[in-house]
Design a binder for this molecule. Structure first.
Ligand code: MRU
Length: 330
């Protein structure tokens, strides 16, 4: 995988042979973005099946349960991680013996990676219909090829809109504290030759009030059956400001990002380390000893959302019904 902590200055690929290394890579944001950590978790668990020297099925399943726990505990908010791990665990439990487990978990992880790209391309095509020639689209955080196996969710929609021949511009928010917007989204869009301007997070209101943006699309880490969307911290501010200025606010995410069981009070918002806020990279920008609040995600309520773009179609308000229909049609 690409070490995303080094971007945009260094493009470095890292290779892992131990599931503990994969867990550490997820924990430290070497790989990040909900679909990318879902598939990385699946590959991590497949690696664990290869690492174990178990001779009996029960013994290997026990080893995998432990590895699954370690991988699962790396990041709590994006549901794709649990989805990827469960899928591998199911395949392992349904296999007859240790050899079949090893072969089938590797095959399944590879299939999940291939499917992720196809899903993003379908989502992109569906979403592109919401965007017009000469639109300027704001996006927050990074929901691109780097946050997935390839192509991207929100950036996949932007890519597909451009590929359909429409002339579009993008405004990317910097996305403090880890700067996924400036380091990753700006990097990806410039690489693809898409017209992108970077703004500080604090300029969201200014750009909307001055007519510099007319649509918004972001990704998601978890979406509830009610249409509550959990995404990178700051998304709620963007959505609230969009409502104030009557600008459509869309979310793009695969069905694997939906959590049809939980309610808002069940969701754990990851709190990250203070040093992400007290500095930028290695440079300290705050006084020693300052106390910090650093939630990595926030919740955008359904009434601020104009539509949720998936590989199976677009859910529109009221979301409880439209999301249910997407799953029924699946
Ligand atoms: O903390 P991160 O970088 O893993 O944040 C997740 C995200 O990349 C975003 O919230 C994104 O918009 C959704 S994942 C495609």
């Amino acid at each position: 995988m690409i070490d995303q902590t080094k971007l945009p200055n260094v493009l470095e690929y890292v290779t892992y042979t131990d599931y503990n290394q994969v867990a550490e890579a997820i924990r430290t944001l070497v790989v990040r973005g909900a679909p990318a950590i879902g598939v990385s978790g699946a590959f991590g668990l497949a690696l664990a099946a290869l690492q174990s020297d178990a001779k009996e099925k029960d013994e290997l399943i026990h080893y995998l349960e432990n590895a699954k726990k370690i991988l699962f505990e790396t990041r709590p908010t994006a549901i794709n991680l649990a989805w990827g791990l469960e899928k591998i665990m199911d395949v392992a439990k349904n296999a007859d013996d240790v050899d079949q487990i090893r072969t089938s978990v590797i095959g399944t992880a590879k299939q999940m990676a291939d499917e992720d790209i196809q899903i993003n391309m379908s989502m992109g095509k569906n979403g592109s219909e919401l965007f017009d020639d000469d639109d300027t689209i704001m996006t927050h955080c990074n929901a691109g090829a780097l946050a997935t196996v390839g192509y991207g969710t929100a950036l996949g929609v932007i890519r597909a809109t451009k590929e359909s021949g429409k002339n579009i511009k993008v405004i990317a928010t910097e996305t403090r504290p880890v700067q996924q917007g400036s380091r990753l989204t700006a990097f990806e869009l410039m690489h693809d030759g898409i017209d992108v301007s970077l703004i500080p997070d604090t300029a969201v209101g200014y750009t909307m009030a001055n007519g510099l943006v007319n649509k918004i699309v972001v990704g998601a880490d978890r979406i509830l059956r009610t249409g509550h969307v959990y995404n990178k911290i700051g998304t709620y501010q963007v959505a609230t400001m969009a409502k104030q200025h009557n600008i459509p606010f869309y979310v793009a995410a695969p069905l694997s990002t939906f959590d049809m069981k939980s309610d808002p009070q069940d969701i754990i918002i990851e709190q990250r380390k203070a040093s992400e806020v007290t500095g930028i990279g290695d440079k300290k920008t705050a006084p020693d000893g300052i106390s910090v609040i650093n939630p990595a995600f926030d919740m955008t309520p359904p009434e601020l959302i104009s539509g949720i773009i998936t590989e199976k179609g677009i859910a529109k308000p009221s979301f409880e019904d439209s999301i249910k229909k997407l799953f029924e049609a699946n």
